[in-house]
Design a protein around this ligand. Structure first.
Ligand code: SAM
Ligand code: DTB
Ligand code: SF4
Length: 319
C-alpha cells in the first residue's frame, strides 16, 4: 500500500530500525517494483552558472560566497542542444538543465523553453531546475515539452532556516504545487551531510512522502563541501546514515526513482553499492555535476561492470 500520510515520528521509527532489517525490507520493495540490475543515467549541464542572489549555505553558486567560481550567462539553445547530444552519446536517458537563479524572468523562461523543445526532439527526457516558478511559467515549460522539474526541499522544515534565509519552505512548496498543476513530473529531494540530525532527515522524508502523488524522482544528495561556502568543514556524515536515508526513501516512496545524486565522487565503491542495494536506481553520469566534479565515466563503468548493473536504455519510470 502506498501511503501519503507519513508523520515525522513514523519515519524516524523507520530510520531507527536495525540496519539489516531496514536494508532487507528496502531491497525487497525495490526488487518487487524495479529491475535491481538496472539504473537510470541522468546528465546535468549548468546552463547559467554562478552569481545567484540566494544564500543557500551549501551552494558554490551563491554570489554571497567567495568560491572563486567563474560566472557564465545563459547558454544558447545551440550550446544546450550540443550538450544534450553528448549526454545521449554517453547513455543518459534524462538531460537536466540547471540554472543559478532565485526565480527566472518570463524572458529567461521563454529562452529555456526554446531549448527544451529542441532537446525533447532528441528523445531524451527533459528536466530543468531554474529556481522558483509562477504557475504561468510552469505552463510555458510544460507546453514546450518539459518532462520533469527539479526543485528540492533540501532538509526538514525545522533545519531549513539554518541553511537558507532568503526564501522559505512555503516558497518551495508553492513552486512544487505550480509545477504539478502544469502537469510536469516532480524531481524533489534533499541534501544530507549538512550537520543535520537524523530527526531532520526524518522530517525531510516525511515531507516528501506526504506529497500526493509522491515526487516521481527523489534525488538524495550528499553535501559536496566547497571551500568558501559556509558549510565547508562541517563534520562529514557517516556513510551508513546515507544508506539508511536511501533505504527509508525507497520504503516510503516505492514507485519513485531514487537518485544517488551529488557526492558520489567522495564515496567508495562499497558505499555506492550499499546505496544501490538499499534502493537507489538512478545516478548522474559525466565528469561534472553542475560546477563540481562527478565520479566520471571510467569509475562508473568499472563499478557497473563489477556489479553486473546496466544503465536503462528506456526511461525507468514504473508508473
Ligand atoms: N537555483 C535553483 C534552485 O536552487 O532551485 C536550481 C539549481 S540548484 C544548484 C539545485 C540543487 O542543487 C539545490 O536545490 C541543492 O539541493 C543542490 N546542491 C547545490 N549545491 C550542492 C552541494 N554543494 N552539494 C549537494 N547538493 C547541492
Ligand atoms: C539535485 O538534486 N542535485 C543536482 C541537481 N539536482 C540539479 C545538483 C547537484 C549540485 C552539486 C554542486 C555543484 O556541482 O554545483
Ligand atoms: Fe542559487 Fe540554487 Fe545555489 Fe541556492 S542552490 S544559491 S538558489 S543556485
Amino acid at each position: 500500500m502506498i501511503r501519503h500520510d507519513w508523520t515525522q515520528a513514523e519515519v524516524q521509527e523507520v530510520l531507527d530500525r536495525p540496519f539489516h532489517d531496514l536494508l532487507a525490507e528496502a531491497h525487497s520493495v525495490h526488487h518487487d517494483r524495479f529491475d535491481r540490475n538496472e539504473i537510470e543515467g541522468a546528465l546535468l549541464v549548468s546552463i547559467k552558472t554562478g552569481g545567484c542572489s540566494e544564500d543557500c549555505a551549501y551552494c558554490p553558486q551563491s554570489a554571497r560566497h567567495q568560491t572563486g567560481l567563474e560566472r557564465q550567462g545563459l547558454l544558447s539553445t545551440e550550446e544546450i542542444v550540443a550538450a544534450a547530444r553528448e549526454a545521449k552519446a554517453v547513455g543518459a536517458t534524462r538531460f537536466c538543465m540547471g540554472a543559478a537563479w532565485r526565480s527566472p524572468s518570463d524572458r529567461q523562461v521563454d529562452a529555456v523553453a526554446a531549448a527544451v523543445r529542441e532537446v525533447a526532439e532528441l528523445e531524451l527526457e527533459t528536466c530543468a531546475t531554474l529556481g522558483m516558478l509562477t504557475a504561468e511559467q510552469a505552463e510555458v515549460l510544460a507546453a514546450a515539452g518539459l518532462d520533469y522539474y527539479n526543485h528540492n526541499l533540501d532538509t526538514s522544515p525545522d533545519f531549513y532556516g539554518e541553511i537558507v534565509t532568503t526564501r522559505t519552505y512555503d516558497d518551495r512548496l508553492a513552486t512544487l504545487a505550480n509545477v504539478r498543476a502544469a502537469g510536469v513530473s516532480l524531481c524533489c529531494g534533499g541534501i544530507v551531510g549538512m550537520g543535520e540530525t537524523r530527526e531532520d532527515r526524518a522530517g525531510l522524508l516525511a515531507q516528501l512522502a506526504s506529497m500526493e502523488p509522491h515526487p516521481e524522482s527523489v534525488p538524495i544528495n550528499l553535501l559536496v563541501q566547497v571551500p568558501g561556502t559556509p558549510l565547508h568543514g562541517v563534520e562529514p556524515l557517516d556513510g551508513l546514515e546515507l544508506v539508511r536515508t536511501i533505504a527509508a526513501a525507497r520504503l516510503l516512496m516505492p514507485r519513485s526513482v531514487v537518485r544517488l545524486s551529488a557526492g558520489r565522487e567522495s564515496m567508495s565503491d562499497e558505499l555506492q553499492t550499499l546505496c544501490l542495494h538499499a534502493g537507489a536506481n538512478s545516478i548522474f553520469l559525466g565528469e561534472k555535476l553542475l560546477t563540481t566534479p562527478n565520479a566520471g565515466p571510467d569509475q562508473d563503468q568499472r563499478l557497473l561492470d563489477k556489479l553486473g548493473v546496466r544503465l536503462t536504455s528506456e526511461p525507468v519510470l514504473a508508473r
